[in-house]
Write a protein that binds this ligand. Structure first.
Ligand code: ADP
Ligand code: SF4
Length: 683
């Protein structure tokens, strides 16, 4: 049964003409499916509603071709032909009694109209964001009139699609905020004073209401603080004042802070509920429901925010991805079943990769429609077969848990004294503690399964495995960091002197660290590991030089919104950072480096080298067992098949469990060559 102190989270909330059945609000989030893969998108949103989210929103939805969002995979409502894909989502959400919201957007400065080649329109003449060599044209009055008409037409279509809530986006990447920011330098009635700068947002709220009519609520998603100091909007003065000016005009305020990287920081850099200081006092200037985000997974934090009058609804994107059933689990008092987000932002990276959403904790996300997976359900066992899983890292744990859920007899053998594999080791590195949730959730679930036996301190040989006589063997034996320098930059072993002390992340994670002195950390892996090792060694007093062949430190973290914070942290610790630089080899006290663009070599004096390059799969058991005739069926999953980031290992374990004795399905969405539409760009 639910603890009564969480009852407050299940009170209904009035949003304009609608009643949300509880306080759980899935804020808009990108997902890489959008209007390119609308059936996959609708299924994913529908499962959120099934899991108890009272409001389920889309991602950005472009209102007009002069503000296309390409190449990002998002939504559009340019003409009536765009209604059916979004109607699919509305139906999927309504089927479970939730409200569907659409986030209307016009990107202005944010995008260069790469698809339509229309001149981008915005508050001022200035380059578009990023490095696309195109400028925005400052909008004149007729452009603003047109924008209002386009917006209203999109609101009409949103209503036709079945949306209950239209969200006027006023985020960095959309026009209403670009007018509202003090960085808007216009001199007409849309620039200068706050009253002038807020005018466009007010007009867009009004035309949304005109277009959508009585039965649809209007919400605003607003940045309350740009985190740009006195160059930008600050909550303490203009942020809260802007909300006061429009206080009762929308039916709901959905508030964010700073850029996407500020609004969705990873757990390496920010804890749960880090936006609370920006939300304080907002409810005193409006009677409308106020929503904020903060990677909320703790029902105590959520209930406290509502009880203390900070928020009316709990906004969540990432926690709703990691566990689409989070509200239901709180409602039913199943707190230990909540699959808590670990704050890694792999989900965000799927948006940049323009592929179906993926998540470290929830391997089913993005595969609900195309593979038929469900976060809470899985098909029953097809036989009485027994399965032996060797290795209790993220791959082995998820595989054991999901096969156990299907009802198979599963044995999991792990050579170490603790489960978790690389997650257990990596969680000891600076600021990666929350990653233990990957292990802990699975261990808790397995603990409830009488049909899954776990043996620790059990290193199995090929003979042990054969003696066990399982019908199916799954090898999840992981990988080790390479010691020979092979990685992305070098496909051959590097000439590394035996006189130079050499380490890998495995050494450091197992407590074998270089003595104090100069350390070269060579990062040819390009995700978090190089920087995290540099951070750890710097905390321990080493003079660290972090060298990478890439153009950016921890280059992949550009996709997880961590790059700037990583560089800031390393700089603060005195780590010297060198990009565009490869390693050619070492001798007794020197490393030979080279510029990857010119080949010019330099020498770095150093006392030790840490190689963060590639990983070697533990493939020995697979090779041995595959060579034996008459043995059990053998498969391999996770890093022991091909090392990758943790989300891939979890997914691989799930995949084996889903497909065992069933086979694989993979559905694709094809573009239907229906009659095309054409329309005048300017009314
Ligand atoms: P993955 O990310 O693919 O799950 P990990 O490296 O995290 O890989 O986990 C692999 C796990 O397998 C480790 O905990 C390791 O101790 C365990 N392991 C490796 N070889 C054996 C073996 N022969 N018998 C039992 N456990 C093993
Ligand atoms: Fe959370 Fe990581 Fe999943 Fe995103 S990918 S929802 S940050 S666990």
């Amino acid at each position: 049964m639910r603890d009564p102190r969480f009852d407050i989270l299940f009170e209904p909330v009035k949003i304009g003409p609608h009643i949300a059945r509880n306080r759980f609000y899935q804020t808009p989030h990108c997902n890489g499916m959008g209007n390119l893969r609308p059936q996959a998108h609708a299924r994913m949103r529908g499962i959120k509603a099934e899991g108890g989210w009272a409001v389920v929103n889309t991602e950005h939805c472009s209102v007009h071709p002069t503000g296309d969002l390409m190449p990002e995979v998002l939504q559009m409502l340019w003409d009536d032909g765009d209604i059916p894909p979004l109607a699919l989502m509305c139906d999927a959400v309504h089927e479970h009694g939730s409200l569907a919201g659409v986030q209307l957007a016009y990107p202005a400065n944010y995008n260069g109209n790469r698809l339509t080649r229309e001149v981008p329109l915005g508050p001022m003449d200035r380059p578009v964001s990023g490095y696309h060599p195109v400028q925005v044209r400052a909008m004149d009055k007729s452009d603003i009139r047109n924008l209002r008409d386009w917006w209203k037409a999109a609101a009409i279509r949103a209503r036709k699609a079945g949306f209950d809530i239209i969200n006027v986006d006023s985020n960095f990447s959309t026009i209403a905020f670009q007018f509202l920011s003090p960085r808007n330098q216009r001199s007409d009635e849309y620039g200068g004073s706050l009253a002038n700068r807020v005018r466009l947002l007010k007009e867009l709220i009004e035309v949304s209401r005109e277009g959508a009519g009585e039965g649809v609520a209007i919400s605003v998603r607003l940045i309350v603080d740009e985190l740009f100091g006195d160059q930008g909007l600050r909550v303490a003065d203009e942020g809260i004042e802007a909300i006061s000016m429009l206080a009762e005009l929308p039916d709901l305020w959905d508030l964010v802070v700073g850029t996407w990287a500020d609004d969705s920081p990873t757990s390496r850099f920010a804890p749960e509920n880090d936006h609370e200081p920006f939300m304080l006092g907002i409810k005193s200037v409006t009677t409308k429901p106020v929503i904020g985000v903060g990677r909320f997974t703790s029902p105590d934090t959520m209930a406290s925010l509502v009880r203390r009058g900070v928020l009316d609804m709990i906004g969540a994107a990432r926690p709703s991805i990691a566990d689409p059933f989070l509200p239901k689990k709180i409602e039913e008092g199943r707190y230990e079943d909540i699959r808590e987000c670990i704050g890694c932002n792999i989900c965000v990276s799927s948006h940049f990769a323009m592929v179906n959403l993926r998540c470290t904790q929830n391997p089913t996300i993005g595969d609900e429609w195309r593979r038929g997976w469900h976060p809470e359900r899985i098909g029953p066992a097809k036989s009485e077969k027994s399965v032996l899983i060797v290795g209790g890292g993220p791959a082995g744990l998820e595989c054991a848990r999901a096969l156990g859920q299907r009802g198979y007899r599963v044995t999991l053998a792990e050579s170490e004294k603790r489960l978790g594999g690389r997650v257990t080791l990596e969680a000891e590195l600076p600021c990666l503690r929350e990653w233990l949730r990957v292990r802990d959730w699975r261990v808790t679930q397995i603990g409830k399964m009488p049909n899954v036996d776990v043996y620790l301190s059990s290193e199995l040989s090929a003979e042990d495995i054969l003696e066990f006589e399982a019908d199916q063997v799954v090898l999840a034996t992981g990988s080790s960091w390479r010691k020979d320098g092979i990685g992305r930059a070098s496909h051959r072993p590097l000439p590394l002197s035996s006189l130079m002390p050499l380490y890998t992340p495995d050494d450091i994670m197992r407590g074998r660290c270089p003595p104090p002195g100069d350390v070269l950390v060579y990062d040819d892996d390009h995700y978090y590991m190089g920087a995290v090792i540099a951070e750890k060694l710097a905390y321990e007093g080493a003079q660290v030089t972090l060298v990478t062949p890439a153009a950016d430190i921890s280059a992949f973290t550009l996709n997880t919104l961590e790059n700037i914070r990583t560089v800031r942290r390393l700089q603060g610790l005195g780590v010297r950072m060198v990009t565009h630089t490869g390693l050619n080899g070492t001798d007794g006290d020197k490393a030979t480096l080279y510029d990857v663009r010119t080949g010019v070599e330099t020498i770095l004096d150093t006392d030790a080298v840490v190689l963060v390059t590639a990983r070697q799969p533990h493939g020995g058991l697979f090779a041995e067992l595959s060579d034996m005739s008459g043995g059990p069926a053998v498969s391999r999953i996770g890093d022991c098949e091909a090392p990758a980031a943790i989300f891939q290992a979890v997914w691989s374990g799930r995949r084996f469990a889903e497909e065992f004795e069933v086979g694989a399905t993979f559905r694709r969405e094809r573009i239907d060559l229906a009659p095309s539409s054409s329309f005048d760009l300017v009314p």
